[in-house]
Write a protein of this length. Structure first.
Length: 131
């Protein structure tokens, strides 16, 4: 079988996309009870961290952000309830790259997330770019 070719990175957040979900998440964050480690890494309050925006640009592939209530069946099967998670959407399907426990070890650092993504893509032997 040929190497999978990367189509996009999928950030599966541990939150719901809705007005109620957003307000609930904001309240949790204000109380210091933010339930999503991936959000802590990529967002500072309600906006993306500058460091993450710069890292995102260097990934050379689209980055999709999805929330628990937005998963299509393929993503839902790959996540299997383990939020948050970072996945690779490839021409051969969806592959998990960083599971929740891996995200906890990144100390809320966007640059560490970027490096962990590069390492996971290499370890999975996923083709990036026009090769």
């Amino acid at each position: 079988m040929s190497r999978p070719k990367l189509k996009s990175i999928v950030m599966a957040y541990n939150a719901d996309w809705s007005l109620k979900g957003g307000l609930s998440y904001l309240a949790d964050t204000i109380r210091g009870e933010e339930p999503c480690e991936l959000c802590r890494i990529t967002y500072g309050g309600v906006t993306k961290k500058t460091d993450w925006k710069q890292c995102e640009k260097q990934l050379l592939t689209p980055v999709e952000e999805v929330y628990r209530n937005q998963l299509d069946p393929e993503l839902a099967a790959a996540v299997d309830g383990a939020f948050p998670m970072v996945l690779a959407r490839t021409d051969q399907g969806v592959l998990p790259l960083l599971r929740p426990e891996a995200l906890l070890g990144l100390n809320r650092d966007p640059v560490k997330l970027y490096q962990a993504l590069l390492d996971a893509i290499a370890a999975a032997d996923i083709l990036v770019g026009e090769a």
